[in-house]
Structure formats: structure tokens, C-alpha cells
Design a protein around this ligand. Structure first.
Ligand SMILES: *Cc1c(COP(=O)(O)O)cnc(C)c1O
Length: 359
């Protein structure tokens, strides 16, 4: 069996031990005589899966008791509308920081529902940095303040969580979920699509502070109402059963390795290997502000378009796949989520060194 090193930004690699476990349990989950894919979500055997996924997530992320965990569908993009529909219920105002395509999409969605302000943006330099935030620009009576924590396409991250005082902070953490410890109590809502770092596609996780529940606008579709989802333990309708099961296996894997502290240590090590090489290279260069570099998505460009294309094609042939940058920025991007082994990054750097020497 030949497995490649998959640097995809999402869906992305899953830990091999998790895939093996899922394969072993595929036809007969714990003596039930069924696959998890075939079970009723109302069965005892499935209830055990969804409730332990939730309690494991609470344990691994150290989620305070006054937060609810919701297992939803529709991807992170559906939350772009769910957030204003659930939270824009006081002044009708919200602040957004634009640090890339996903926060811009979220902003445009929110514009449909209220008085939305861009408090800072890094669009002027193709989102290659995290803009400085000035508290004087914040809307004091905003219903919430929105950021995209890790910018998957551009390879930047908020290393500091903005202090928004009493205004609830909402963060899209799709591409940095479970990559390191995070102080959940600093946020009103944390959410993300699972397909980057948590599970296969189909599951969206929203962690919401209890006092933010129950104020959705009248027009909010039932499926987007956090209170309804919370009251029904994320089973108002059929949940994404298989992805939730895979999420549980991934959380067990994280726990077995030592939790989020250990994840962070591994992720820091992997990112350092790659950035150290890029900083010393005469051919490759990382185009983002060094202080804002992401640990999960490392973007880089070679010295010409021709070399970019040649690199992508030779890397793919050598088993380093999905390394082409996002179509909007070009160049290359290595997404090195939790499941990418250190060895995968070491081998990629060896390959890049050779490529540089030969070209
Ligand atoms: C991938 C991604 C999204 C979009 O997620 P979908 O689940 O495909 O809707 C949104 N935000 C960020 C930060 C992402 O990385």
C-alpha cells in the first residue's frame, strides 16, 4: 500500500491509526452487527458515540460548563449566515475584521441582516498580514465582533486573541481547530468545518456560550437556530453520524498523544522545519508577514511562475500531493494539520532542497 503525503488544505489527511480503526469497525461496530454508517441515530449504540464525541471534545479543549457544543451540517459557510441570524438581535450592529476570503464571505453574508462594519482589513496587501486593531474603531454596542482566526488560503493567523470587552468575540477556527490549546472563555462562539483538522467533511462544530442562545431572529430557519439544535442535543434531525464518529476517533487519538499541548509541540516543530528552510532558501520564499505566520498552512513561492509550475508537478510525481496554492493566490501551500507526520515535512524539505539545487 502506497500512501502519499497529502498537503491538502481540506479535506485533508486523517491519522492512519484512526483510518485503520474505522476500517476494522466498518462492518460490525462493537458487536452491533452494523456499520456506524447504517445505524439509527436514535439507537443506544449511536447515542453512546455522539455523547462521547461531545464529552471528549469538552475534555480535550477544556470547554467551560457554560458553553454548548453543537454538531451541525452545512459547512463553515452556513455559519456565515447562522451567526448574524442568532446574534444580531440587540443593536443590529457587528464588527468584522477582513483577513482573507472566508472572513470577506462571512462579512458579505452578515450585510444581509444588519449594520456591519469593517474595523480592519489586510486586503491592501493581498491579506499577507493580520491588521493591527485599534479599540477606538470598535463599535461599543455591537452585538458581536467577528474574526477568522487562521487564514487557510493566505497562511496567516491571529497569534493574539483580540480583547473585545463585553462584546462577544466570534471566531472561525476551521483550519486551526484542535491544533493547540485555546482559551474558550475568551469567545462567545468558536466554530469550524471539521474537514481540515477534525474529521471527514460533513460536520461543522459550533461552540457557543449559553447566554447567546435563544435570541435568534424570527426569520431564522429552524436548522440554523442554535437554541433548537442545543435543546435537541444536535439531533433535531439526522446528524452527520459518520463524521461525528470519526471526530470521536480523532479526539481519542489526540488524547492518546497527550492532548492539545502535545499537538502544539508537534505542530510548532513541523512549522519550524518548513519556515526555517524557507528563510534560508534562495529560491523559495514565504510571502506573509513573519509575525503572523500560520502553523497550519504554510504558503510559499519560487522565484518564477515557471518554477512554481515545475515544482508542483515534480512534487506531485514524488508523492507530495495537493501542494499547489489556492487558485486566487497561486504559488504553493503546504497544509500541515495535526495528522501530517513530522517525517512528511522533513521529506518535503529534503525534496525542496534537491529541487533548489537542481534548478
Ligand atoms: C475551509 C474554510 C471555510 C469553508 O468551509 P466549508 O466547510 O467548506 O464551508 C471557512 N473558513 C475557513 C477558515 C476555512 O478554512
Amino acid at each position: 500500500m502506497a500512501r502519499v503525503y497529502n498537503f491538502s488544505a481540506g479535506p485533508s489527511m486523517l491519522p492512519e491509526s484512526v483510518l485503520n480503526r474505522a476500517a476494522a469497525e466498518m462492518l460490525d461496530y462493537k458487536g452491533s452487527g452494523q456499520s456506524v454508517m447504517e445505524m439509527s441515530h436514535r439507537s443506544k449504540v449511536y447515542e453512546e458515540i455522539i455523547f462521547s464525541a461531545q464529552s471528549l471534545l469538552r475534555e480535550v479543549m477544556n470547554i467551560p460548563d457554560n458553553y454548548k457544543v453543537l454538531f451541525l451540517q452545512g459547512g463553515a459557510s452556513t455559519q456565515f449566515s447562522a451567526i448574524p441570524l442568532n446574534l444580531l438581535n440587540g443593536s443590529g450592529k457587528a464588527d468584522y475584521v477582513l483577513t482573507g476570503q472566508f472572513s470577506t464571505k462571512a462579512y458579505k453574508e452578515a450585510l444581509k441582516y444588519g449594520d456591519i462594519k469593517i474595523v480592519a482589513s489586510s486586503k491592501d496587501k493581498t491579506f499577507s498580514y493580520i491588521p493591527k486593531l485599534n479599540k477606538a474603531d470598535f463599535t461599543p454596542d455591537a452585538d458581536y465582533f467577528y474574526i477568522c482566526m487562521n487564514n487557510t488560503i493566505y497562511g496567516t493567523v491571529f497569534h493574539e486573541i483580540p480583547d473585545t470587552g463585553k462584546v462577544p468575540l466570534v471566531a472561525d477556527v476551521s483550519s486551526c481547530f484542535l491544533s493547540e490549546p485555546l482559551d474558550v472563555s475568551k469567545f462567545g462562539i468558536i466554530y469550524g468545518g471539521a474537514q481540515k483538522n477534525v474529521a471527514p467533511a460533513g460536520l461543522t462544530i459550533t461552540i457557543v456560550r449559553e447566554d447567546l442562545l435563544g435570541h435568534a431572529r424570527d426569520i431564522t430557519p429552524t436548522m440554523l437556530d442554535y437554541k433548537i439544535m442545543s435543546d435537541s442535543d444536535s439531533m433535531y434531525n439526522t446528524p452527520p453520524c459518520w463524521s461525528i464518529y470519526m471526530c470521536k476517533l480523532v479526539l481519542e487519538w489526540i488524547k492518546s498523544l497527550g492532548g492539545l499541548e502535545a499537538m502544539k509541540e508537534r505542530n510548532v516543530q513541523k512549522a519550524k522545519i518548513l519556515y526555517d528552510f524557507l528563510d534560508g532558501s534562495k529560491m523559495f520564499n514565504n510571502p506573509v508577514n513573519p509575525a503572523d505566520r500560520s502553523m497550519m498552512n504554510v504558503t510559499f513561492v519560487a522565484s518564477s511562475e515557471e518554477l512554481n509550475a515545475k515544482f508542483v508537478s515534480q512534487a506531485t510525481a514524488a508523492g507530495f500531493v495537493n501542494i499547489k496554492g489556492h487558485r486566487s493566490v497561486g504559488g504553493m501551500r503546504a497544509s500541515i494539520y495535526n495528522a501530517m507526520p513530522v517525517e512528511g515535512v522533513e521529506k518535503l524539505v529534503e525534496f525542496m532542497k534537491e529541487f533548489e539545487a537542481n534548478n
